[in-house]
Design a protein around this ligand. Sequence first.
Ligand SMILES: NC(=O)c1ccc[n+]([C@@H]2O[C@H](COP(=O)([O-])OP(=O)(O)OC[C@H]3O[C@@H](n4cnc5c(N)ncnc54)[C@H](OP(=O)(O)O)[C@@H]3O)[C@@H](O)[C@H]2O)c1
Length: 329
Amino acid sequence: MTEFKALLVSEDADGGFHQEVVGRHLEQLPAGDLLVRVHYSSLNYKDALSASGNRGVTRNYPHTPGIDAAGVVEASSVAEFAVGDEVIVTGYDLGMNTAGGFGQYIRVPSSWAIKRPRGLSLRESMMLGTAGLTAALCVDKLEQAGATPEAGTVLVTGATGGVGCIAVMLLKRLGYRVAAATGKSEQEDFLRGLGADEIVSREALQHGRERPLLKEQWAAAVDTVGGEILFNVIKSLQRGGSVACCGLTAGVGFQASVLPFILRGVNLLGVDSVELPLVVKASMWDKLSLQWKLDLSVLCQEIGLAELPGAIERILAGGMVGRILVRLD
Ligand SMILES: NC(=O)c1ccc[n+]([C@@H]2O[C@H](COP(=O)([O-])OP(=O)(O)OC[C@H]3O[C@@H](n4cnc5c(N)ncnc54)[C@H](OP(=O)(O)O)[C@@H]3O)[C@@H](O)[C@H]2O)c1
């Protein structure tokens, strides 16, 4: 019986949750077409929610989080995948209610897996992970809505976080002028190193909540924080500008009015990287492996399973800077 290591989150008698690295057996994994030996995963905000007992993400415990996994197929019951194929699995139910990438093995439906694109190693794919896929989807949506480098500055909120950092790098790479909004003033040099041309404080984005419109400042924006900040960003978009909305670290609700939409023709674009059709995910991974390929080594820290609990605490406290790559050796 193969035993493997996994981070297991369990509920305590008092309703609290704790995480520990334990031995698991393949028989404890759910049914699925593909058994994958996971080599790398990564830490995303949603994993921290799952690891801390958030029932909106994970209903039942004990549970192994990890919405991202990259590894090698060890058993397949479908013709599309053979033993030895290298695959990437992100989103769908992985790590939510299906045992996820914080274990050395996952068993998943083949409809969740894409073959590793040639231009990315398994390690590089997880440096990107769901954060990178989401940043790419945001930029892609903005461009589909007409964003161009000539139109003006693009704002990225939550810029030191996983999605934010990669969005800053990608936009810079594509020739945009980038403003990075952050609550961490001490990270200015880090953000400028990634390509930010301008740093905006989180407080500055909170001013003017009572006003119907704000000065037109941003040609476009990638918003990873949501809440009242998102609506202030909408009120500061230039005429015809767009914001790609993907996150909720500042909150899920905001007070809105129709004025920015009907007086300035701005667009609020929703981004979901989880339930997206596999072919769209695959095309985004292809882009990230070729024309949008980034060197993320400057913003990634590599850790093992045992170091995950500390990193989970940090991301929940809003203290994340860059990306955490998780090695499953
Ligand atoms: N829609 C999708 O498919 C999708 C996919 C991936 C992620 N997400 C969501 O996108 C968000 C970012 O994910 P992530 O993995 O990049 O998380 P992350 O690494 O923790 O980054 C989040 C960043 O948000 C900022 N922040 C934290 N608390 C805040 C607060 N109270 N008010 C304002 N800003 C705050 C911080 O950046 P600064 O200190 O620099 O401001 C933090 O580093 C999360 O809400 C996540 O659930 C959605």
